[in-house]
Design a protein around this ligand. Structure first.
Ligand code: NAD
Ligand code: ZN
Length: 378
C-alpha cells in the first residue's frame, strides 16, 4: 500500500482542553513502530467514559487528546515484530491490553494487564513516544486507542482480530460498552439461573448487563433509571421490572428490598455515581448478595456501613466485563454473528466523524443509547 512506512495525514476530532467541543483537525499519524499496528478506523461509537474524560474529570493533564475507544477497523500496516496481524485484517482495538506474558495475563482470575497504557501513567501509548501530532503538538491517545480519527496506532497487545465477515459499523460496540455490561453480569457477578437482579443505569453498559443477566438465566431483572425513556429499550434486552428512583420518596434500596423479599441476589451499577454504587450494594440481600461496580469514576470515595459486608454481601468491580480482550472480543463477535447476543439494538443513531459533538450532546442529554460514527468506508 502507498501509505506503508509513511506518515498519514488524516482527519481526527481533537479535544484541546476539558469541557470544550472537539475540533475536527488534520493530524499526522506516524507509521507503526516495533510491535505496533496502524489501523484505519471504520466505525467508532461514543461511550460515557469519553464524556467522563472530557467533561467530568476536568484534569488538564489529559489534553490535548484524541478520544474514542469503542471502535472497529482494518489493519493498514504493521511494525517490526508483529506476526499476529497483517494489512487487511479486521480488528477491534482494546483499551485493556493483553500482553499474554505478565502475571495478570497468565492468571485466569483477571483481565488486568501490567503492560498497557494504564500502567505507564495515563493516556499515552505503552511506549514513551507519541504517534499522533497536530499543528506541531503531541496528541495523547485516550486509553491507548484514540478512535475518533481516520487512522490510529495501537500496540499489538491491545488489538483483537475478528471474523472478516463481521459488519464493523455494528461490532465496534464490542470494543467497550456491550462487552463491559454483558461480562460484568456473566463473568464478574456470575449471575445464576433463577436469580433476581437489579441493573442501575440503562445506557449501553447497563442494557448489556441486563442482556447478560438474562443470558445467565435470571428470572427477575429490575431495571433502574432516572430517565423513564430507557425502560422500553430495557424490555428488549430482558428486563422484567422497572423502577424510577424519582417516583419514590424512600431510599431506592428499601424499594428494591420490599419488591424482592429482602433484596436482590445480584446488582450492577452502570452509572458512575458513588451514591448509586452504595444504593446498588445495599439493594442486595444479606447472606449472599453480590454487587458489581461498572460505572467509571475516580473522583470521590464510595462508602457504606461495614455491617453491609459483615452481613455477607460482596462488593466487586469490573473493567471491560472481565474479558481478556484477545479471547473475549472475537468470541462475542461470533456470538453476535450466530445471533446469540444482540448488538444492533443498542445503536440509536448513525453519524459521521464530523458530527461527533452532536453525538456527545445526545449522550449528555440522555437521548441516545449508542451513536455510531461512520469514519471510513469498510
Ligand atoms: P450512559 O450515559 O449512556 O448511561 C448512563 C445511564 O445512567 C443513563 O441512562 C442515565 O439516565 C442513568 N442514570 C444517571 N443517574 C442515575 C441515577 N442516579 N440512578 C439511576 N440511573 C441513573 O453511559 P454508558 O456509556 O452506558 O456508561 C455507563 C457507565 O459505565 C459510565 O460511568 C461509563 O464511564 C462506565 N463504563 C465503565 C467501563 C468499565 O470497564 N468499567 C467501560 C465502559 C463504560
Ligand atoms: Zn467505553
Amino acid at each position: 500500500m502507498a501509505t506503508v512506512g509513511k506518515v498519514i495525514k488524516c482527519k481526527a476530532a481533537v479535544a484541546w482542553e476539558p469541557n470544550k467541543p472537539l475540533v475536527i483537525e488534520e493530524i499526522e499519524v506516524a507509521p507503526p513502530q516495533a510491535n505496533e499496528v496502524r489501523i484505519k478506523v471504520v466505525a467508532t461509537a461514543v461511550c460515557h467514559t469519553d464524556l467522563h474524560h472530557l467533561l467530568e474529570s476536568m484534569s488538564k493533564d489529559g489534553f490535548p487528546v484524541v478520544l474514542g475507544h469503542e471502535a472497529a477497523g482494518i489493519v493498514e500496516s504493521v511494525g517490526s515484530g508483529v506476526t499476529e496481524f497483517q494489512p487487511g485484517d479486521k480488528v477491534i482495538p482494546l483499551f485493556i491490553s493483553q500482553c499474554g506474558e505478565c502475571r495478570f495475563c497468565k492468571s485466569p482470575k483477571t483481565n488486568q494487564c501490567e503492560k498497557g497504557w494504564a500502567a505507564t501513567g495515563h493516556d499515552v501509548m505503552a511506549s514513551s513516544n507519541y504517534r499522533l501530532t497536530c499543528k506541531g503538538k503531541k496528541i495523547l491517545q485516550f486509553a491507548g486507542t484514540s478512535t475518533f480519527s481516520e487512522y490510529t496506532v495501537v500496540n499489538q497487545m491491545a488489538v483483537a482480530k475478528i471474523d472478516p465477515t463481521a459488519p464493523l459499523d455494528k461490532v465496534c460496540l464490542l470494543g467497550c460498552g456491550v462487552c463491559t455490561g454483558y461480562g460484568a453480569a456473566v463473568n464478574t457477578a456470575k449471575v445464576e439461573p433463577g436469580s433476581t437482579c437489579a441493573v442501575f443505569g440503562l445506557g449501553a453498559v447497563g442494557l448489556a448487563a441486563v442482556m447478560g443477566c438474562k443470558a445467565a438465566g435470571a428470572k427477575k431483572i429490575i431495571a433502574v433509571d432516572i430517565n423513564p425513556e430507557k425502560f422500553e429499550k430495557a424490555k428488549v434486552f430482558g428486563a422484567t421490572d422497572f423502577v424510577n428512583p424519582k417516583d419514590h420518596s424512600k431510599p431506592i434500596s428499601q424499594v428494591l428490598s420490599e419488591m424482592t423479599n429482602g433484596g436482590v441476589d445480584f446488582s450492577l451499577e452502570c452509572v458512575g455515581n458513588v451514591g448509586v454504587m452504595r444504593s446498588a450494594l445495599e439493594s442486595c440481600v444479606q447472606g449472599w448478595g453480590v454487587s458489581v461496580i461498572v460505572g467509571w469514576t475516580n473522583l470521590e470515595d464510595c462508602s457504606t456501613r461495614p455491617i453491609q459486608l459483615i452481613a455477607g454481601r460482596t462488593w466487586k468491580g469490573s473493567v471491560f466485563g472481565g474479558f481478556k480482550g484477545k479471547y473475549g472480543v472475537p468470541q462475542l463477535v461470533e456470538a453476535y454473528l450466530d445471533k446469540k447476543v444482540k448488538v444492533d439494538e443498542f445503536i440509536t443513531h448513525n453519524m459521521t466523524l464530523d458530527q461527533v459533538n452532536d453525538a456527545i450532546e445526545l449522550m449528555k442529554q440522555g437521548k441516545c443509547i449508542r451513536t455510531v460514527l461512520h469514519v471510513s468506508p469498510q
